[in-house]
Design a protein around this ligand. Sequence first.
Ligand SMILES: Cc1cc2nc3c(=O)[nH]c(=O)nc-3n(C[C@H](O)[C@H](O)[C@H](O)COP(=O)(O)O)c2cc1C
Ligand code: SF4
Length: 659
Amino acid sequence: MSGASRYRYLFSPLRIGPVVVRNRIVFSAHLTNFAEDGLPSQQHADYYAARAAGGVGLIITEEHSTHPTDWPYEKLIHGFHRAVIPGYRQMTAAAHAHDVPIFAQLNHNGGQASSMFSRLPVWAPSPVPDPMFREVPKAVERHEIAEIVAGYGTVAGHCAEGGFDGVELQCSHSSIVRGFLSPATNKRTDGYGGALQARARILLEIVDAVREAIGPGRALGVRICGDELIEGGSTLAEAVEVARMMEATGQVDYINTSIGVATATLFMIEASMSIPPGYALYIANAMRRAVRLPVIGVGRIKDPIQAERALAEGHCDLVGVVRGQIADPDFAAKARAGYATHIRTCLSCNQECVGRMGLNRWLGCIENPRTGREAVPLPPPRRPGRRVIVVGGGPAGLQAAATAAQRGHRVRLQERQPRTGGQVAVAATVPSRAEFLDVVRNLAAECQRFGVEVETGVAATAEWLRGQVPDAVVLATGARPQPPYWAGGHPRVVDVRDVLEGRAEPAGEVVVVDDLGFHQATSVAELLADRGCAVEIITAGMVVGQDLGITLDMETFNVRAHAKGIRQSTDLVVVGASGDDARVGGSGGVDLSLLHHPTGQPAQRHCDWVVCAVHQAPEDELWKQLQAAPFEVHRAGDCVTPRRAHAAVVEGHRVAVVL
Ligand SMILES: Cc1cc2nc3c(=O)[nH]c(=O)nc-3n(C[C@H](O)[C@H](O)[C@H](O)COP(=O)(O)O)c2cc1C
Ligand code: SF4
């Protein structure tokens, strides 16, 4: 039975206005930071080509700005310049080479922007400052509204010339149109504000202008936010009404959906693993019941079976699989061929996709070292069939082994623990982080498919490795906890890993010290709170778990932390742990000396246990012992220097391609 026949809906074609898609899987719009000086780049074309080759039904590109006042982030495509057209042709040709239609998303971000790049006032329906950009926008005058509408028409014309099969209007989570639609940001009294029909007037004008520019032969879609999740914002009932208005124009061919506002409730748009899969389908469902146009449902649709179910249950006509195809460009092809289990499923970790967007870097993926690097050629293997031994079965070792074996080498992997996964497997023992284990599962499955011989519970020694006379050894031996200088050997000052690996069982009052600003401290704090401990997290930073902001985990952590009574204290540096040691007759608790660094004032805490989320040390003994080995020795991941999981995966791959 072929994969396609297992899916009654997913691989059935669908007409979207004048365009027919061969299946229901949509690579919906997302920023990539691939643009160069406002123009689409070769990187765009290569990136979309890989997903088209991987069998997606429809590609919708990232947004193209419709007006010079819209420049909220550096690497935006400036669709209003005619100079974009050659790049558009490159992008569209790349998709068409695989018979995949490609639409362009058009947008003006309105007040959800800053004037930093444009040096022009930010435009919005009303002077309501955006909570993230904190700039008072200029309320657009009538002639400026006409200019905005005309701008959409101009860019739609460029898209038609550039070969796009359709355009989508982003009226959802970051858009001047959303700004007009939302009662929270539209305070106008001039016919463009007030009742919903008036707030939707600019959208209706844009639809007219765009349809005129693209003619009847191209598709036109509208992406609508189903619930802004902000005080006084648009509701699902209003959003459904907007969808009905779109259908009534007779000019719109499909509805795409979204949830949240990008500059206020972004954590719900690109939800991380703590939010259930398919969480926003209720929006598509409500729209689909109101209109006859095809509706796209989106949001943590992780695998083809779940996608099929969303279609079968009637929530939507098409499924947006964005991060799922950032992670695995062959998502559709693998499902169609009956190999759904070969898909590198997205973890919804947001570390390398959303996270890198926020840092103004090109889009990547923790699961896929080739994301964003599609056209960078890999060197051919120096000699196929080399004997490679990988030491360490964490993400670096697994990735190195999988890539080396895929490239034709004979690979043996040794892991000293009884299971592979390294610290990722440890981190994933915390319930809200369980999906993180997918990275290990995916890599371990690849190792198995490519014929890696995996041995667990075996500690490779330098002597043993020398005796094997391999062609190459890859060391991925990880890192070990390193007690902070101030711990003074106190037995109740332990590491996060001691807790998660079961070597320590803190109880009572626990202080968690967060030096790393990521999931380590917050995860262990939650776990201990769940076990009945009274937990306080202390950090020298301005906020606990600082980088959770980048991966959109901050808000959901704070909600859970509040519910669990976890206290958070900032700007505190730990300078000493002393006294109260059971070994010298004390209660066994810890006296912590702290410094409130902004004021220089000392502070203290007394607690039963201290759990440290602090920097580790590389496990590099084998590396040192193999310096004069008569074979190649490489290393990857934390044994080079401890970092986050993406570095391990990237490095494991990098090492394996030079073998
Ligand atoms: C890195 C990134 C950038 C995004 N940029 C856009 C965008 O420019 N326009 C848009 O409509 N949606 C954007 N989105 C939202 C996606 O279209 C989609 O709604 C969201 O990722 C949820 O789908 P998923 O769970 O399949 O990733 C972006 C998503 C990601 C991950
Ligand atoms: S970085 Fe994480 S969330 Fe983003 S696509 Fe990759 S696995 Fe998914």
